[in-house]
Design a protein around this ligand. Structure first.
Ligand code: UDP
Ligand code: UDP
Length: 478
């Protein structure tokens, strides 16, 4: 290993939605900026998809990957412990193991980058005198809300969702009460306190990296930098370095799904998926099935068993109807729709699908990785947010960027009924023929993202600034 090179460690907290952008950031630093990168992955039980991207044959070649198994926290949580609390506890408890892994490295990293649950690792950076940065794998708007929540906490009485007025963040688009992130839904829950603490701790780092770019969120990024009031909580430089999104690799053998797509007209298929973990209530799954069928538009639907049943992938064999239709889909759904669409259990190679010319629209839960993947393929979305910060993303994509449509009721709140889904899917797919609005806009946004990442582009330069800042700190010039 070249010990002259700057060595950066990036820590990914558990979950594919965190691991994916961390690997992409690592890969960019290594390939475009000549940095030696170690990615430290805090592992729980790895899903097959996580195991695949970490496998030596598929993991980015230039990265040194170290897996640190998380500490068992089952004694510290119960069935009601929410995900932000769980991840915060897990990262805190696993901190000694991560410290040991870093301390045991022959060439110790010069700097530390942690993802959004990694603020727990601040003491390690302090102990080893490493410049330290937080990498928020979401939007600038999310950073603004998260850092400003400590102020909202003092200003606002009662639950945020019950407020009559939008939540004001200085210099930024206000947040509609219905769009708040999950940890803000219940102020008495521990995950709300953990979330506020994260926002406070961002400003202890030397800078905040964000998976967005200047032209995507110009007003919010300017406010994070220059708004006097917002600066009192943000305090440190922000670096928009995105869109980091998975490249499409050529595949040696086409799957049946891709072969089917090859036979469909261009832009005619709606891809329906809710991320690596999104599940819906049984009633909603049923309505979505009816809505897709009634619309008579082509689709690929990655189906997960509804929340009420077991997410163990056995649904295609257990309790299926005579034609193989799982019990929670309308009877004989697969037979009636077999010419129209493909129902795929649990998982598809998403980038390959979005990159296919036959795919015209993505009905998505608006996880930020999925949103960027859709944009980077020039595919507009139907926003169907479920949890985490997805309602915020959906509003940004729909109202601000104009690259998504959405149903009139908020899917996270109420069941969206089949008639509405039918109408929306038909509207969106048929509107394509007129080639207007959101279809054109998403292509412009794609191009602006490509420009930001190219040499000399705003995100490229922003990452150069991070490296310069880091070098100055190592030379004790700051
Ligand atoms: N993904 C995939 N196939 C699937 C579902 C998800 O490849 O069937 C990938 C997707 O491409 C994205 C990630 O899993 O990179 C999901 O991240 P996102 O932020 O969209 O949502 P999350 O899963 O964290 O809710
Ligand atoms: N639409 C929708 N939800 C939305 C926005 C639009 O269902 O959030 C429908 C709308 O009713 C219309 C079509 O999508 O039939 C196109 O809407 P719009 O004129 O806003 O889209 P653009 O011209 O930007 O493509």
């Amino acid at each position: 290993m070249d010990t002259e090179k700057l060595h950066v460690a990036i820590v990914a907290s558990p979950g594919l939605g965190h691991l994916t952008p961390v690997l992409l950031l690592g890969n960019r630093l290594a390939t475009h900026h000549n940095i030696h990168v170690t990615v430290i992955v805090v592992t729980t039980q790895l899903s097959p998809a996580e195991s695949k991207i970490l496998h030596p044959s598929t993991a980015p070649k230039l990265l040194n990957i170290v897996q640190v198994p998380h500490v068992d926290i089952s004694g510290l949580i119960d069935a009601n412990t929410k995900v932000v609390t769980q991840l915060s506890i897990m990262m805190r408890e696993t901190r000694p193991r991560i410290r040991s892994a870093i301390s045991a490295m022959n060439h110790r990293p010069d700097a530390l980058i942690v993802d959004l649950f990694g603020s727990e690792l601040f003491p390690i950076a302090e102990e080893f005198c490493m410049p330290r940065y937080i990498f928020v794998t979401s939007t600038a708007w999310f950073v603004a809300l998260t850092t400003y929540c400590q102020v909202l906490d003092k200003e606002i009485q009662g639950e945020y969702v019950d407020q009559k007025e939008p939540l004001k963040i200085p210099g930024c688009r206000p947040v509609h009460p219905k769009d708040v992130v999950d940890p803000m839904l219940d102020r008495s829950d521990q995950q709300y306190r953990e979330y506020i603490r994260h926002g406070v701790e961002y400003s202890m780092f030397d800078g905040i990296l964000m998976n967005t770019w200047e032209d995507l969120e110009p007003t919010t990024i300017q406010a994070l930098r220059n708004d006097e009031i917002l600066q009192t909580v943000v305090k440190v430089p922000v670096y928009p370095i995105g869109p980091l999104s998975t490249p499409v690799k050529p595949v040696s053998q086409k799957s049946e799904l891709i072969e089917w797509l090859d036979t469909q007209p261009s832009d005619s298929v709606m891809y329906v998926s809710f991320g690596s973990g999104g599940t819906m209530a049984a009633e909603q799954v049923n309505e979505l099935a009816w809505g897709l069928e009634l619309s008579q538009q082509r689709f690929i639907w990655v189906v997960r068993p509804p929340m009420e049943s077991h997410a163990d992938g056995t649904f295609f064999t257990a309790g299926n109807g005579p034609d193989g239709t799982p019990a929670y889909l309308p009877e004989r759904f697969l037979t009636r729709t077999h010419k129209l669409g493909k129902v795929v259990p649990l998982w598809v190679p998403q980038m390959e699908i979005l990159n296919h010319p036959s795919v015209g629209v993505f009905l998505s839960h608006c996880g930020w990785n999925s949103a960027l993947e859709s944009i980077s393929n020039g595919v507009p979305m139907v926003a169907w947010p479920l949890y985490a910060e997805q309602r915020l993303n959906a509003t940004l994509l729909t109202e601000d960027l104009g690259v998504a449509w959405r149903p009139t009721v908020l899917p996270a709140k109420k069941v969206v009924e089949r008639e509405e889904i039918e109408k929306m899917v038909r509207n969106v797919m048929q509107y394509r023929e007129e080639g207007k609005g959101r279809w054109e806009r998403v292509k412009e946004v794609k191009c602006s993202g490509d420009r930001a990442l190219s040499k000399g582009g705003s995100s490229y330069n922003s990452l150069c600034e991070v490296i310069k800042d880091c070098e100055r700190r190592l030379k004790k010039l700051i």
